[in-house]
Design a protein. Sequence first.
Length: 87
Amino acid sequence: MSFFAVVPTGSKGEHILNLPAQKAVCLYHHGAYEELPSVHDTLLSYAREQKLTPVGIFRHCYLEGPPQHKDKSKFITQVLLPLACSK
């Protein structure tokens, strides 16, 4: 599992990594982080049904969370499943 945060263009640092554009399926999860494994299952099932090939690991972008909310039901996480590009 990995996570990322959007930073201003040109930011530098040892933990800043620019990811290349990549085909993926994603969804926005509204709820607790403990529910993310079921979100992963949903995306994997969708990929299988659509005959898409997952590659790499899930990516999480935490848009709303503990800094903004105490109520876990208000957390918003973008979950992405990278896909192999069809040729």
